[in-house]
Design a protein around this ligand. Structure first.
Ligand code: SF4
Ligand code: SF4
Length: 367
């Protein structure tokens, strides 16, 4: 059995909520060993995907999976592995770790089955695939560490995470986030503990930076690439930025987009979580800070930046951008739907944001 890190799941429960169907918007891949079932019984539902394999077709090319009817799966007993795994993700870096997708509303109820036991069961059925993915990702990580060492930008992930954990409250305050972003631009390695927080950052610049981080993910013309927010009533909401407006659409079960409202993003003020909202936010930042996939996305960014920036700075800068994006999304949801900045409002923003977090480019890979 492969050694898998389940610490991110410990103490959590999951259940699938009837009527939700949100994960059926994710176009599951059909693994090679699953193709014969689909070729024989549902060949018209197979579409080529960007990685040379096959996925299940979506309604009208942009809606939910063609097998979702009345928010129930027509082929439940034969659904692909990717559907069975959700809301778990197995990330292959220099080891494999299990992560929970916090966009699934069923992980927030505190009810259901024990997450770690369920993930262990799922992993036991995919050992060969995981071994192969781990071999490949280990080779990529080894090369990455060598390049970092040669370039003099290698840091110690454990120390960086400990520094962030000791200062996690700083990441919840928009002005402190601006100061962290400023410090991350230094040439030498910085730590959050070493930043002299003066409270002098420019609030307007921070609002603009947060808005730009969010709007970049909402700017695709293809609805397939737009972020989805599954609301408490299980409405599938999508948001598209175009020109000087953000348009809010409802994706129907038939795969149509119905416009609900529009807003000028410039009119949205960046909200601050209240005390309970801050608790939910810092808990989430603790999750991000411990996720191997977040570290993998930092490594990807270092590669993208040409190995010119110290690991410490790229890490805290990436976390600061993530929370700025999340706070702007919370502010946009509040402007459209009145969700607020208490525990409920911040939780809704996390439900909206986390799926995109797990889609972020990374040097490792989800299996
Ligand atoms: S997102 Fe979660 S609650 Fe919703 S259908 Fe998928 S597993 Fe069930
Ligand atoms: S196969 Fe079933 S579970 Fe998987 S995405 Fe389609 S409807 Fe959802």
């Amino acid at each position: 059995m492969i050694d898998i890190d389940y610490s991110g799941l410990r103490g959590r429960k999951t259940e699938c909520l009837p009527g939700c169907g949100m994960c059926c918007l994710c176009q599951p891949e059909i693994l090679p060993q699953e193709r014969s079932y689909f070729r024989t019984s549902h060949h018209r539902a197979m579409v080529k995907n960007g990685s040379g394999g096959f996925s299940i077709a979506l309604k009208k090319g942009q809606g939910s999976c063609v097998f979702l009817n009345g928010r129930k799966c027509d082929i439940y007993g034969n659904r692909p592995t990717f559907c069975r795994q959700y809301p778990f993700h197995f990330y292959a870096g220099d080891r494999i770790s299990a992560e929970l997708d916090l966009s699934c509303r069923g992980v927030w109820t505190g009810k259901g089955t024990d997450a770690e036991s369920e993930a262990r069961q799922i992993a036991s059925e995919s050992q060969d695939r995981m071994s192969k993915a781990l071999r490949e990702s280990k080779a990529v990580y080894e090369e990455f560490y060598e390049i970092c060492a040669d370039a003099g930008v290698m840091g110690d992930p454990q120390s960086i995470r400990a520094d962030v954990a000791a200062n996690i409250q700083r990441f919840g305050d928009p002005l402190s986030i601006a100061e962290i972003l400023g410090a991350a631009l230094e040439e030498d390695p910085v730590s959050v503990s070493g930043i002299d927080f003066l409270g002098e950052a420019n609030q307007e610049e921070m609002r603009t930076e947060a808005m730009e981080a969010s709007l970049s993910s909402m700017s695709s013309e293809d609805p397939l690439n737009l972020p989805v927010y599954c609301a408490p009533n299980f409405g599938w909401n999508m948001f598209q930025a175009s020109g000087d407006r953000v348009t809010w659409y409802l994706l129907t079960d038939a795969g149509d987009l119905e416009e609900v409202d529009t807003i000028r993003p410039e009119s949205i003020q960046l909200g601050r979580p209240d005390a309970e909202g801050m608790q939910v936010l810092t808990d989430y930042l603790g999750v991000l800070n411990s996720r191997e996939s977040f570290l993998g996305s930092v490594f990807y960014k270092m590669d993208d930046l040409g190995y010119e920036d110290p690991m410490e700075n790229v890490y805290i800068g990436s976390l600061a951008v993530s929370v700025a994006d999340l706070l702007w999304r919370a502010s946009m949801l509040d402007a459209f739907m009145g969700t607020g900045f208490g525990a409920d409002g911040i939780r809704e923003a996390i439900i909206f944001y986390d799926m995109d977090r797990l889609d972020a480019p990374s040097v490792g890979a989800f299996i």
